[in-house]
Design a protein around this ligand. Structure first.
Ligand code: BG6
Length: 491
């Protein structure tokens, strides 16, 4: 990393900057992981002075940063924060010309620059074009990288068009498409569990695994984001990025090395092997729901058909995974916040224990607990003491907080910001991956919006989703599982 660096945040008056980006940068500063000579310049159309901007961010740091807030740390950090108001329209060239001038005055010399686009997605292409026209993406006086927030397009056509527009100004290696799930410790640990241990990988295939479940359940509803969310829905909001990324990590082949190209290539390969769901098969492989009361929320259309819950069954056509179903589900207003991956193994081929017939043996289950109680649980059989051979399922558990301490897990944005500054794109989405993910979802979205669309089920807020979702998986003789938390519950 060069010693002089500027981070320019577009959309700096928004929520993401206040709640996530600046607290993460503050934490990194306290850990002394940022370049010594760093300035952070916020840009947005709101009229603010540097002092207003700092005051606003101070509140965010106080509330959301992990590092203890001290006046000294804050004074040192806030002296690096600046604000430059841009024009109302992102296509107004004056903004970029003025910004270029203003940055040159702050930086005085060669500098590396990270542009972070924390704006609504419809502005991404224009901002990059504006930066390009103002000569601000030219790398002759230091590197220039652009972090693009989500969502990256809303279907294949728009993602492709966005990629094309970005590539008119930037080289792919300058583009960092963010998916904050990849910055989560537990998500990074999926590859470590699989490839730094010998016990799992020999079993990690169709011969031993019955099926895989990936659940990302949220307790919250759409809240103040209804304007964005309604018409988008959970498939676009959560599956295109987070859930398919999790699936890639669980299912990909081992890359030969830890570099960005090798691992991103394997992730793309596995997505390419997912069997596409044709429009006339959508009813068979997917189901969707909306929580009761969603249509009464502020900003939601009274007749909204937007799904707040979805479940998919996917197959991966390759040697490792042929015929192993991957069930993915995610929803808002569910019983609790919980993200987990469950690998359910097959039953042993023969049981010689005289376990009572009515008590069916639970198969082994490996649960990767991504949040909130981060860890790993392995459901295994044990003999009940003082019986001849009664069996009971017990959990072998690893909890991050026990092994590494309660505050060991940093915010996902810390790692991602640091990686972008260090030029490591491993945890960022490659352009072709975004397009392939959309190509898988487009037929589902089209079928859901067609005149003979399958049912939009309703579910109670605070439940585990629509009853139809239980029937959906029960058709395959399976049920939704919970594997994390201190007390293992089923459903
Ligand atoms: C975002 C979605 O990408 O992820 C939100 O837009 C969702 O709708 C959020 O709430 C969930 O992230 P996390 O880290 O809280 O699981």
């Amino acid at each position: 990393m060069a010693d002089t660096t500027t981070i320019v945040i577009f959309g700096a008056s928004g929520d993401l900057t206040q709640r996530k980006l600046i607290p993460a940068l503050f934490n990194l500063r306290c850990k002394q992981r940022l370049p010594t000579n760093l300035q952070i310049v916020g840009v947005a159309s709101t009229a603010l002075t540097d002092a207003d901007f700092r005051a606003r961010l101070r509140a965010g740091v106080d509330q959301f940063a992990v590092a203890p807030f001290t006046e000294n740390e804050w004074n040192d950090f806030s002296a690096r924060l600046f604000y430059r108001a841009g024009a109302r329209s992102v296509t107004d060239f004056k903004t970029y010309a003025r910004l270029a001038q203003s940055l040159a005055e702050l930086e005085r010399g060669e500098v590396d620059r990270l542009y972070y686009l924390a704006t609504p997605p419809q502005f991404f292409a224009d901002i990059v074009a504006g930066l390009g026209r103002a000569g601000m993406t030219n790398e002759s006086a230091g590197w220039r990288r652009v972090v693009i927030e989500k969502p990256f397009g809303s279907d294949l056509a728009s993602a492709r068009a966005l990629n094309q527009k970005l590539h008119q100004t930037l080289d792919e290696k300058q583009i960092y498409r963010i998916d904050h799930y990849l910055g989560k410790e537990t998500v990074q640990n999926i590859l470590v569990s699989r490839f730094a241990n010998m016990v799992y990988e020999p079993l990690w295939n169709r011969n031993y695994i019955d099926h895989v479940q990936i659940t990302v359940a949220e307790e919250v509803g759409v809240g103040h984001r209804a304007g964005y969310y309604d018409g988008v829905g959970v498939l676009r909001d959560m599956f295109q990025n987070h859930l398919l990324q999790l699936l890639s990590l669980v299912a990909m082949e081992p890359p030969a090395s830890f570099d960005a190209d090798a691992s991103r290539e394997q992730k793309v390969q596995v997505l390419k092997a997912i069997r596409p769901i044709a429009m006339d098969q959508v009813e068979h492989h997917t189901m969707r729901g909306q929580y009761r009361g969603y249509r009464e929320e502020a900003g939601v259309a009274r007749d909204s058909q937007t799904e707040t819950y979805a479940a998919l069954r996917l197959f991966i056509d390759n040697w490792r995974w042929q015929d192993v179903p991957f069930y993915l589900r995610s929803g808002k207003r569910m019983a609790e916040k919980s993200s987990e991956v469950i690998i359910q193994f097959k039953q042993p081929p023969h049981l010689m224990f005289p376990n009572p017939r009515e008590r069916e043996l639970e198969p082994n289950r490996l649960a990767l607990c991504l949040q909130p109680d981060e860890g790993i649980h392995l459901r295994t059989q044990a003999k009940v003491p003082d019986t001849v051979a009664d069996l009971r399922s017990v959990d072998l558990e690893f909890h991050y907080r026990d092994s590494f301490g309660a505050d060991a897990i940093p915010e996902a944005y810390e790692r991602l910001l640091l990686d972008a500054l260090n030029g490591d794109a491993s945890l960022f989405t490659r352009g072709d991956r975004a397009e392939i993910a959309w190509s898988l979802l487009d037929p589902i979205i089209a079928a859901w919006h067609s005149p003979d669309a399958p049912l939009l089920a309703t579910y109670e807020p605070g439940s585990w989703g629509p009853l139809d979702a239980d029937e959906f998986i029960a058709r395959d003789g399976r049920m939704w599982l919970r594997g994390c938390g201190r007390h293992v519950k089923e459903k």
